[in-house]
Design a protein around this ligand. Structure first.
Ligand SMILES: *Cc1c(COP(=O)(O)O)cnc(C)c1O
Length: 441
């Protein structure tokens, strides 16, 4: 070997992004607005202010291209940001590919994923406007633990509805939430009318994210001083996550390369949006040819199989109607191990990007994803979250294609989290009990 390539590209504090990026300002065609479920008219800010503080509602609808990150938020970000951009030279060697593979690693946050990037500002803006308590839902617990952490930082109470099957099967993230001081209920719960009705109809219900959202919204409406927080899908969440892509652009400049193709996993779409949107801006403004690919599970394929239409975000039909790729708000996804990717819809902004041809989408089955996860862990040392491993699987296929075609491409992977609290999923794969259907032996 002539020389060892650099593998880390550290940003100095002075180089840290000071603003989030809002793609809403640059869409060549406007995003269809959310609609009131009763009147089917575009929702007005006051309707949303029952659930969210005014500052977040303003961000949800903002046409400003950049929004300054408050100093108090940047101070908390500094606990784990900038997150590392690494070049996966060992994976490149293992694959014998001429491709250069980079990964942006969000697993260094306290909760182990990208989700604190939005939990922190959401807790901050709520605290600022006098909110005492936040209610939310969580699937496998990544969002719940991120919000619980953020609430502990800003001194808010945190009340979490956790999908029942995960509450029982995945105790560690529940314990993490409780460690940060949150209260956690298995959903469907007896805390809400909607939950009690579900329990009466089906006492053995495993719950779903759509159901837990309905409970958290009902809780918010019925408790004064309480607001609601959502960990994905909404415009302001995509906005906060843009810190990922803004850092990546600066770090790739330090690496002296530009991505030819970017892969991110997509559940509700927020980590993908966060990495992708600053690069989408470069496509719109400078005609960059970079391919940007969202990778989702074959068993919950909203982008590749779902319809683009207005649909509810929750099962009880309480949220505004959003124009998004959806499998239908009553869809019950199979119990695949990438719990964070089991959502029936996709962020309206990500759906709009696909419609405008600014991004592409692919779907991968669970077994291929875990094969890729193992290959990555054994080459790079980091155990990736099952969700993130969807992006890894697609990147490995791309790198193999580069080898076969004998051409170099620069690949960037969004590594949204680590899988250290998901080792039971690895157990299921390693012991041969896992299937693509989502039903383990
Ligand atoms: C929640 C989660 C996801 C999926 O959510 P998005 O909003 O699509 O980003 C992906 N990766 C990890 C590690 C997660 O915790």
């Amino acid at each position: 070997m002539a020389s060892n390539p650099s593998i880390t590209f550290p940003l100095r504090e002075a180089e840290m992004p000071t603003h989030w990026y809002n793609l809403l300002a640059d869409f060549p065609e406007p995003l269809p607005p959310p609609l009131h479920p009763g009147t089917r008219e575009p929702v007005t800010p006051d309707l949303m202010m029952g659930l969210f503080p005014e500052s977040l509602v303003a961000q949800e609808m903002s046409a400003e291209r950049t929004i300054e990150i408050p100093a108090e938020v940047r101070e908390v970000y500094a606990l784990y940001r900038p997150t590392p951009l690494l070049r996966a030279v060992r994976l490149e060697r293992a694959l014998q590919t001429p491709a250069h593979i980079y990964y942006k690693y969000e697993g260094v946050s306290p909760a182990g994923s990208h989700k604190p990037n939005t939990a922190i500002p959401q807790a901050y803006y709520n605290k600022q406007t006098g909110t005492k308590r936040l209610a939310t839902e969580t699937g496998a617990g990544q969002w719940g633990s991120s919000l619980a952490f953020a609430c502990s930082v800003f001194g808010l109470e945190c009340n979490i509805y956790m999908v029942k099957v995960s509450y029982h099967q995945k105790p560690y993230r529940r314990l993490l939430m409780q460690t940060y001081g949150a209260t956690v209920h298995a959903s469907p719960s007896n805390q809400t009318e909607f939950g009690r009705r579900q329990l009466a109809e089906n006492p053995d219900s495993n719950g779903s994210l759509g159901l837990a959202i309905s409970e958290a919204i009902e809780d918010t409406m019925k408790h004064p001083g309480t607001k609601y927080a959502l960990g994905s899908v909404l415009n302001h969440v995509c906005l906060h996550q843009s810190i990922i892509g803004e850092e990546t652009i600066k770090q790739m400049a330090l690496a002296g390369e530009e991505p030819d193709v970017i892969f991110g996993c997509a559940g509700g779409g927020s980590n993908f949006a966060g990495l992708a949107f600053p690069f989408v801006r470069q496509k719109i403004k400078h005609g960059s040819k970079c391919r940007i690919v969202a990778v989702e599970p074959s068993s919950c394929p909203s982008l590749t199989q779902g319809e683009l239409r207005y649909d509810f975000g929750d099962m009880a039909e309480t949220t505004p109607l959003m124009m998004m790729h959806t499998l239908g708000h009553t869809f019950m996804p199979p119990s695949i191990h990438a719990g964070g990717l089991r959502y029936h819809g996709m962020a309206p902004m990500v759906s709009h990007c696909l419609k405008l041809g600014l991004i592409e989408a692919m779907a991968y089955p669970q077994m291929k994803v875990f094969q890729a996860a193992l290959q990555f862990a054994r080459a790079e040392g980091i155990v990736p979250a099952p969700e993130s491993s969807h992006a890894i699987a697609a990147a490995i296929d791309e790198a193999v294609k580069c080898r076969e075609e004998g051409r170099k491409r620069v690949i960037v992977i969004g590594l949204s989290g680590n899988g250290l609290l998901d080792l039971a999923a690895y157990d299921s794969f390693l012991s041969g009990h896992m299937h693509d259907t989502g039903k383990d032996d």
